[in-house]
Design a protein around this ligand. Structure first.
Ligand SMILES: Cc1ncc(COP(=O)(O)O)c(C=O)c1O
Length: 452
């Protein structure tokens, strides 16, 4: 590796960073992370921090999962790549498809289509939804519905169903035929409704209205995250996803669960859909499927969808979709090891317990700091606080102050993610009680110092 001064001089000089302004990255160079162990990162200045971001919601088993590393290394030795395009496959991906069909059986999902990440998975699900309806004799079902505040990645299809203007405006016009309904976001919503159960009903009524307005027979799918992640950890009321399921079923609309964050334990359940007792028609996964060690994803399909495709005797069922890295053997080996480890460690149990600890700790901090406008979480290790400069008016805290808070927390030994006024906390699911305590006290002293 090149010397530190070389790395610092060239930091953000010859590359653009995702979700950042190139000029800003040059003025405020990104932190250079050089190594990681367990739940801790080490930067180029040898500063150690707990990673309360969990990579990017993906390093569920932490940075030292030897079985996953070993599986990757061994697979690289034996078969580093081969395609799964028509005519060839590989042993690792066959085994993984079997394991995933077992893992997702309680969600009513049977068959996998492999991808290279979350945006790919969403794109795949959106495309297959349209194709499903075409094969099924309803070619007019081409539109997509989704939630405002939802995040589904950055491909054009995914950006079109995204519910956050920051990821859309610069790239418009996006895909036609995409419509959004209000999110079950209790802190801010167009109905001024603070009761989560009532808000859930109002959002579902908005969905019903939109379906009636568009015409049910024009809508291919509704896509949602079981818990909205990047939008600021919006946890809907228990009744929300089941009600959405019912509306979709009644109108012949496919329900796509975007489980890119939620699947494999993060919510304290094995999947986000299972948390709410819902069986989706498709589920998009990625991220923790390989613990973030290899770019990989899978879209899981319900038996009903599979049958429509597999019983098709015309060319309509031909899947003219796929990626060079669909079914990558190294990704498959990583995912197999990951699934085994995730089950062995029974990670949802720890995610639920530590998630509760984090949520309760943040609620306590809210009683101390006016600038914590809202605390969201309580379902596994997906937690956020929304920072405001005026609690009454709910004025979002300015970027300069949120940045100063983030820096102070980092100096106190914890990496957190700031997205707009939200501080998002999604550490590895193997984190222990002591480290959650350290995250909370790092936030506590940072808020204290910024206030004074
Ligand atoms: C719910 C959800 N869907 C899709 C994506 C996109 O995944 P990727 O960044 O791997 O393309 C993300 C990424 O954070 C996500 O949180």
């Amino acid at each position: 590796m090149k010397a530190s001064n070389f790395l610092k001089e060239n930091n953000a000089r010859h590359m653009w960073h995702p979700m950042a302004h190139p000029k800003d990255s040059q003025h405020n160079p990104p932190k250079i992370i050089t190594s990681a162990r367990g739940v801790r990162l080490c930067d180029i200045d040898n500063h150690q921090v707990i990673d309360a971001v969990g990579g990017l919601w993906n390093v569920n088993l932490g940075f030292s999962s030897d079985p996953v590393k070993k599986a990757i290394a061994e697979q690289l030795e034996v078969l580093p790549y081969y395609s799964t395009f028509r005519g060839t496959t590989n042993d690792a991906i066959i085994e993984l498809s079997y394991e995933l069909s077992e893992f997702f059986a309680p969600d009513g999902l049977a068959t996998a289509f492999f991808t290279s990440g979350g945006s790919d998975s969403v794109e795949t699900a959106l495309r297959l939804a349209r194709q499903y309806h075409k094969i099924n004799g309803e070619p007019g079902r081409v539109k997509y519905l989704s939630l405002k505040k939802g995040y589904h990645g950055t491909h054009t299809g995914a950006a079109s169903v995204n519910g956050n203007a920051n990821f859309r405006a610069a790239y418009e016009p996006l895909l036609p035929g995409c419509f959004h309904i209000p999110a079950p976001y209790t802190y801010r919503n167009p109905f001024n409704e603070s009761d989560p159960a009532k808000l859930a009903q109002l959002c579902v009524a908005a969905l019903e209205n939109e379906v009636a307005f568009q015409g049910a027979n024009t809508i291919a799918a509704f896509i949602m995250e079981p818990i909205l992640g990047a939008g600021g950890v919006i946890v809907p009321h228990d009744t929300f996803m089941p009600m959405i399921r019912e509306v979709c079923t009644r109108h012949g609309i496919l329900l796509i669960a975007d489980e890119v964050i939620a699947a494999f334990g993060r919510t304290g359940a094995w999947s986000g859909s299972r948390l709410w007792g819902v069986q989706p028609d498709m589920s998009c996964t990625a991220k923790a499927i390989t613990n973030g060690y290899f770019p990989f994803g899978a879209v899981m399909l319900s038996q009903q969808i599979v049958e429509v495709f597999e019983n098709d005797s015309t060319a309509a069922g031909f899947i003219g979709h796929g990626y060079t890295y669909s079914g990558h053997p190294v990704g498959a080996a990583a995912a197999l090891a990951c699934l085994k480890e995730t089950r062995r460690l029974n990670v949802p149990v720890n995610a639920a317990a530590r998630g509760t600890q984090m949520y309760e700790g943040l609620n306590q901090l809210q009683t101390k700091y006016e600038m914590i406008g809202d605390v969201r979480g309580g379902k596994g290790l997906m937690t956020a606080i929304e920072l405001v400069s005026d609690r009454e008016k709910k004025t979002p805290l300015d970027k300069k102050t949120t940045g100063a808070i983030q820096d102070a927390i980092y100096n106190n030994g914890v990496m957190v993610r700031i997205s707009g006024p939200n501080m998002i906390l999604s550490p590895p699911l193997i984190i222990d009680e002591g480290d959650i305590g350290k995250i909370l006290s790092a936030i506590d002293s940072a808020l204290e110092s910024v206030m004074s």
